[in-house]
Structures are given as C-alpha cells and as structure tokens.
Design a protein around this ligand. Sequence first.
Ligand code: HEM
Length: 224
Amino acid sequence: MVHKKESETEPRLYGWIRTTSAALTHLISASFTVFVAILSRPGTSWFSWHPFLMTLAFGFLMTEAILLFSPHGFFTKTLSHKTKGRVHWILQSLCVFCAVLGLAAIFYNKHLNSKPHFTSWHGLLGLLTVCVVAAQSLAAVPLIYHSLVKGWSLAKLKRYHAASGLITYLLGGCSLLLGLCSAWFTASVGEYTWYLSALCPALGALIIMNQVSRAYIAKQRLQS
Ligand code: HEM
C-alpha cells in the first residue's frame, strides 16, 4: 500500500499551525533561558549558576535537541537526517554537561551554607532527572555504535530512545516547574510573571510531546 507524506494529506492550515508552534517553541526556549539568566545573574554566587545552568540544559538545549527533528523546525528543516542526528547528540551532550554543573553548583552552595541535601520535592525530582538524563545519553551510544548491542534492530533502539527521551524531557519540565515554585523564584517575580514563566516549560512539553508522538505514530502507520 502506498502511503502519502503527512504534508500531502493534511490541510494546509494544520501545517501552518505546526510551523507556528515550532517557531513559538524556539522563541520560548530562548527567551525563558535569557529571562532566568537575567534574574539569577550567573557568576554573582554559587547559587546563581544553578537556575541558569538548569534552564539552559532543559529549557533550551534539550528542547532544541528534540525540536530539530520536527519537519516544521525553523532553522533545521533543510538539514539531512544524518546532520540532524549529529547536532542532536552534540546538544544532548551539552545538556548533560550543564545539568551536572548545575547540580554541582547547588550541591556545593548547600554544603557551604551547611544545609541538608535533597529535602524538597524539587531537589529529589531534580536529582532523579539529572541521573535519568545521564543514563539516557549513555544508553544512546549504541545508536551511533550499533555493533555494541546484539539482537536489537536499529529501528527498535530508536523507538525506545524516542520514548525514554520523551519521559526524560517531561521529567526535566517537571523539575523546572518545581524550581519555579521555590522560595527564591517566587520572591523574585510578581504573580503574572510567575504564571508566564510556568507557561514556558508547560507549552514546551505539550509541543514536544505532540511532535514525538506524531513521528512515532506515523512510523507505526508506515510499518503496518
Ligand atoms: C530541570 C531543572 C532542574 C533540576 C534538575 C534541578 C535540580 C535540583 C536539585 C537536585 C536540588 C537539590 C540540591 C541539594 O539538595 O543538594 C535543587 C535545589 C534547588 N533548586 Fe533546582 N533544579 C532545576 C531547576 C531549577 C530552577 C529553574 C530553579 C529556579 C528558578 C531552581 C531552584 C532551586 C532552589 C532554590 C534550590 C534549593 C532549595 C531546594 O533544595 O529545593 N532549580 N535543584
């Protein structure tokens, strides 16, 4: 059976909505990170690095690393799939690097102030998120060096990678949201700014969830 490309079968309006939402996600991921950077002023204290590096890791780098596979992505839709794969793993490695540094900064800051560690929901979920993103990136190595695993087809590996990547992204979004509920952030912004800030990870999660599940469903349809 011949399957038409998605862009050939869906109304033009849908294509326009998807292009707009991809552009909006680029804008949100960049402006949210710049906003947190302005607020935390990285370099002014050990603490200041934490919100900045974590927002850079999960709000910007990981969002862009996934968004680049969108057929409607603004800067990357003309790139070949191979190039997208390369840019993806570079952005993901940077994400893990920033996340580990961000965790080290808050850990050291608490140690300096003799405060107990991992006592809040944000701290606990955040720790889990950093461990999961590091494990997810390690588990992705066989996608580049396929000979490392026996008995797993590349298609299957990619499916598992996409599904676990989405879960990791959602964990990152939840940790960001809990970070926005922290005493530091709520004291730094007004009520409207808080709601606007909370919208950023929430919208990003919705758009990325939609992108990944559509790509997965489209592949299932092609295989059936
Ligand atoms: C996905 C992103 C994030 C992750 C993975 C994360 C992770 C963590 C972890 C593991 C801790 C506990 C460290 C310890 O107890 O030694 C922590 C603490 C903290 N984080 Fe984050 N964080 C993230 C984003 C943010 C953001 C965006 C903000 C602020 C807007 C923030 C503000 C804080 C504050 C104020 C603390 C100290 C109080 C507490 O332990 O709850 N975090 N974070």
